[in-house]
Write a protein that binds this ligand. Structure first.
Ligand SMILES: [Zn+2]
Ligand SMILES: [Zn+2]
Length: 344
């Protein structure tokens, strides 16, 4: 990775240039950066798919966006193919993912199509800034979509495995929907935060074996008085250990949402899905039409961002990506162009 000067961007008729306010660092970027996963566009490529910013140039059909603050969806579907027409926009094969299908947001400016852009209403509520909202593009919207698909309600008991940069938002979304929430992590500080932001029970996987986790969840379930059938479990750690824990917690009629990405495989007995009549499902991001609702939860204060993010200068990108790769960054890191150091 290196810092480069690139030519000015010129938007096509249905494109805009977004001046990046902030771009979150995702584990998918780590997989791209360190070679586990190839980007769909050939290298060299600017990574980053968790973008917020302001439209500073617009093509001839995109004038209405000029000057507006936006969140750029991490997955931008074409809108017309059979998958899009069938309501499965996230698997659109003509999709554009910034930082994968083309240059992304670890930059001062990024060129994106207008379709799917999420307008940010202004002024923002106090305590929120446009760069903070970059995490809505993926770290908030992806768990939001995973939880939406599970049809989570107030009678459910939810287990969020991994209460870090994504799971911290998962905990808050599930709690805002009225569910009883269990958060599992290996980091005490993350667990304390999860407890303050909606988790009714936090469990430390560093000191508790699967058997102990299961017993604690079962007791919590009983005491919660919730009548939902089957746990709703969401793997948000993006680690093989977290995936094993999430799968191991399946009970009768359980639902497993796979949100985190880990490149290493794990060994599981898939037949547990059959024996428990359970469901496992993944989601590749979130369809653009769900972004306004996810953003609204943030604007309404149902999802707090500040305690779960940290801002860094874009110039620090190589060091920050390495730290994220080592799982030594507790919060979601946001890279912010145009300033040397700002930490929160
Ligand atoms: Zn991502
Ligand atoms: Zn499509």
């Amino acid at each position: 990775m290196k810092l480069c000067d690139l030519p000015r961007l010129d938007p096509g008729s249905d494109e805009v240039v977004v001046e990046v306010a902030g771009c979150g660092v995702c584990h998918t970027d780590i997989a791209f950066a360190y070679g586990d996963v190839p980007t769909r566009h050939a290298l060299p490529l600017i990574l980053g798919h968790e973008i917020s910013g302001r439209v500073v140039a617009a093509g001839e059909n995109a004038g209405a966006w000029l000057g507006r603050s936006v969140i750029v969806p991490a997955v931008i579907p074409c809108g017309v193919c059979p998958a899009c027409q069938a309501g499965r926009a996230t698997i659109c094969r003509q999709q554009f993912m910034p930082g994968n299908d083309g240059n992304g947001g670890f930059a001062t400016h990024v060129l994106v199509p207008t379709r799917g852009l999420c307008a940010v209403p202004e002024p923002l509520p106090s305590g929120l800034t446009l760069e903070m909202l970059s995490v809505v593009a993926d770290a908030v919207s992806t768990p939001y979509e995973a939880i939406r698909r599970s049809q989570l309600g107030a009678e459910d008991v939810v287990v969020i495995v991994g209460a870090g940069g994504v799971g911290g938002f998962g905990v808050q979304i599930a709690a805002a929907l009225g569910a009883a929430v269990v958060a599992i992590d290996r980091d005490r500080e993350r667990l304390d935060l999860a407890a303050r932001y909606g988790a009714g029970l936090v469990l430390d996987a560093a000191s508790t074996e699967l058997k102990g986790l299961k017993a604690a969840v079962r007791t919590f379930l009983k005491e919660s008085g919730r009548k939902g059938i089957g746990l709703k479990i969401f793997e948000m750690s993006g680690t093989p250990a977290g995936q094993a824990t999430a799968f191991g917690l399946l009970d009768y009629g359980a639902y497993l949402g796979v949100v985190g990405f880990a490149s290493k495989p794990i060994e599981i007995r898939l037949s547990n899905l059959m024996a428990l009549d359970a469901t496992a499902r993944g989601n590749w991001g979130c369809p653009p039409d769900q972004y306004p609702a996810a953003l609204q939860m943030v604007l309404a204060g149902k999802i707090a961002l500040a305690p779960f993010i940290e801002l860094h200068a874009l110039e620090e990108a190589p060091a920050i990506l390495e730290a994220v790769a080592k799982h030594s960054v507790r919060r979601r890191a946001i890279l912010k162009p145009g300033q040397r150091k700002e930490k929160q």
